[in-house]
Design a protein around this ligand. Sequence first.
Ligand code: GLN
Length: 247
Amino acid sequence: MKTIKILHMYSDLLDLYGDSGNMEILKYRCKMRGIECTVDKYSIDDETPDFSAYDCIYIGGGADLEQQHISADLLKCCGGIEKAYRSGTFLFLICGGYQLMGKYYRDADGNEIKGLGLFDYYTIAPESRKMRCIGNIAVRTNITGKPVDVVGFENHGGQTHGVKTPFGEVLCGNGNCSKSSHEGYCEKNVIATYFHGPMLSKNPEISDYIISYCLGREEGTAATLAPLDDTLERKCRQVMLDRLLKK
Ligand code: GLN
């Protein structure tokens, strides 16, 4: 069977709230099904990888300072990442990583970090550092083909504008901007979101969407996965949904 190959970029700098845990979840859910999954790491000044050789590229979140640190190196990788994305590599991007795939991120002092410009959106932080979107969040996404209510935690100053295809509709929390109706960005082979958490531990359908996409990407059809017992995960999520939506 095919091995799923993941490239985890800047895990030493962009790992806010344990975003690296998403890699553990993908490996675990693959292992439970007998699917081999490898995660390579790339960080500043490492030898340039063949990005297109990967089924998935993952970038976590980080504060403005870490985003500035990685910016020049990330721009060097632009051509390789873009080629991979266009040839079907899955991009999974959290918060700071999400912002830097757009046109730019402008921080509270007006400093601009250039993004890779793969997508049309752009992000601007308000001048007041106190105005942040912080807290639990729930959104309804249709990325898997049927509605899934996803829970997580957001903490960002940046307000992301110009998103045409959001990841989900906000049920509770802020989303792309303060009190906005939508959260994140998605395409068939992209999930970009403000959800930290790590979000995959709480939302098994999203993990499996990524795994089945990666397994089937060379054939152009998502692979069918053996079901796992997600009773506990679903119960935990329901507790949060009930609390957040006050049912
Ligand atoms: N620095 C960015 C912001 O505050 C991203 C933060 C994050 O990754 N949580 O908007």
